[in-house]
Design a protein around this ligand. Structure first.
Ligand code: GLU
Length: 525
């Protein structure tokens, strides 16, 4: 009997052989890190820092790349499940390189779009270079990829709203939070002076609702600690990375806050806030949250935490409960994109939140988080390139939440391994041969599926066609010069099958072909 540890040892040996540097019987660090990076596991990933310490540093002193021996490598595989998953291409996007290539194409096409204008209601936003464009992706397995200005900071603005809502939910629960804020799209612009029929803000994704979330977070504490809580939450969401604060943005926001004050007074008049809410403090807290700064490189990890039901994929820390994230994503889907939310939910079918800085956070549940930044906005306040990127992405990949209902489509599903895709195509070809579906056979051949492939039992399309009396298919396969006498696991050839099931015409066709073509090779794979 084969034991699990034998399988593990075999895997370890094969992986070691792939990574081994010549005859040195060791793996060098650069090669190892390169290989991991191709699967999306980057050198700054906190999950591999401990492991990197295993590489011998003596070599570093001699300016050589440090190495590890086979025994050390085996130990690493035993202790670090991530490495094994990555090297055996078992992460959530198995062929990450191919996926990134496609994303890069979409990014470059989208970059050509120069429409829209930067927000100009405060000078700090009006002065931002409109040409910035950044994109970062982080999967729920922590595979990362970035393009453009992904290390340049920008302020969160409205993209802080979902997180404040999560914080309020975690602390007070759904019932309490929603006794102060609704969960319907407003049908009005984000800062419109309007409340719902109960005198409450329509939802937490617009200004009035976001101020309400701020009034609810950690209210027994002083304002400095309350801000600290939000700030620390963003750092945890970003994978324990430092997140900064733009004081100039904060001061400007505070100075140009008439509409937000009007909204706050309107809510106070309707007794929407919890008792003893300090209005000015609440508004300032809200402006501070909008002025938190980070870059797409880190914010993609925050988005991936939402995609991963509240657990950070890089640190493994649980930031929010899954039920909190579920509520938040539901409202991001219906209300996250200003007055374009309905259209976005229809076309893209994914939860997202944008902000007037040009930020966009897109969540593909159970798969990945995406952070995009491009400051030019459309007339509704959404980043023009951000929206275009999402449209193109969902056109190419089966990411829309209802794509699975459409069945066979030309969209790519990067969640599947190439080998799995090919295996399922082989099965489709064999099934088409047995049903006599020539159109399907042409289509699969055009996709590159070889008519000489066989299933687990060594049954080829020719076996099945001969067995089921599919004369036209047999004729086509002979014309394609397939192997005429492949043997299945019971030792039978297609000719044996034709005889057994008494398909005379097929029997003659095969006998003639065997005489003239002499391609009766018995090996079929
Ligand atoms: N600080 C902005 C405001 O309250 C946020 C705008 C936004 O990103 O939607 O007006």
């Amino acid at each position: 009997m084969i034991t699990t540890s034998q399988i593990d040892n075999n895997t370890a040996d094969s992986l070691f052989r792939i990574l081994e540097s010549g005859k040195k019987k060791s793996v060098d660090q650069d090669k190892f890190l390169n290989r991991l990076a191709r699967t999306g596991i980057l050198p700054d990933d906190p999950r591999i820092q401990e492991l990197l310490r295993n590489f011998r540093i003596e070599e570093l002193k001699e300016r050589k790349s440090p190495t590890i021996t086979q025994a050390e490598f085996n130990e690493i595989l035993k202790q670090n499940a991530l490495i094994k998953k990555s090297l055996t291409e078992n992460l959530v996007i198995p062929d990450f390189e191919a996926f990134c290539k496609q994303v890069e194409e979409i990014f470059q096409d989208t970059k050509k779009n120069h429409r829209g204008n930067v927000a100009d209601y405060i000078p700090q936003l009006a002065r931002v270079n409109p040409d910035h464009f950044a994109l970062s992706i982080c999967t729920v397995d922590g595979q990362r990829f970035s393009m453009g200005d992904s290390r340049t900071n920008f302020c969160l603005q409205s993209s802080c709203k979902p997180i404040n809502y999560c914080l309020a939910l975690e602390e007070l629960g759904e019932k309490k939070v929603h006794s102060h804020v609704g969960r319907e799209p407003s049908g009005h612009s984000f800062n419109e002076l309007t409340l719902n029929g109960k005198g409450l803000p329509h939802n937490p994704m617009i200004n009035a609702g976001a101020m309400m979330s701020c009034s609810l977070i950690d209210r027994q504490n002083n304002i400095a600690d309350r801000f600290d809580k939000v700030h620390k939450t963003w750092e945890a969401l970003c994978g324990d990375k430092a997140v900064s604060f733009n004081n100039a943005v904060y001061l400007s926001e505070r100075q140009t806050a008439d509409r937000n004050f009007a909204l706050a007074y309107f809510m106070r008049e309707k007794h929407a806030f919890p008792e003893h809410t300090n209005l000015t403090e609440t508004l300032e807290f809200y402006f501070q949250c909008c002025s938190i700064e980070s870059c797409t490189y880190d914010l993609a990890v925050a988005a991936a935490t939402l995609a991963n039901a509240g657990t950070n994929p890089l640190t493994g820390n649980v930031i929010f409960k899954p039920s909190t994230v579920q509520n938040c994503l539901s409202l991001m889907l219906s209300c996250g994109m200003y007055d374009f939310s309905g259209e976005f939910a229809f076309k893209i079918g994914l939860p997202a939140k944008s902000g007037v800085s040009g930020a966009l956070m897109l969540v593909i549940p159970n798969l990945m988080g995406i952070s995009i930044w491009s400051p030019r906005l459309d007339h509704l306040g959404n980043t023009v390139r951000g929206v275009e990127f999402c449209e193109r992405l969902v056109e190419r990949f089966s990411f829309h939440q209802y794509d699975s209902l459409v069945g066979h489509s030309s969209k790519i599903n990067p969640r599947r391994k190439q080998s799995e895709i090919m295996a399922s195509k082989v099965m489709e070809l064999i099934r088409a041969a047995s049903h006599g579906d020539l159109d399907e056979i042409f289509r699969l051949e055009a996709e590159g599926v070889s008519p000489n492939t066989a299933d687990y039992d060594g049954r080829t399309p020719l076996h099945l066609a001969a067995c089921e009396g599919q004369t036209e298919v047999v004729r086509h396969l002979i014309d394609q010069n397939v192997f005429l006498s492949p043997k299945d696991r019971w030792g039978n050839t297609p000719l044996d099958d034709a005889k057994k099931f008494k398909h005379k015409e097929i029997q003659e066709m095969l006998e003639n072909a065997l005489k003239t073509k002499k391609t009766g090779i018995t090996k079929h794979r």
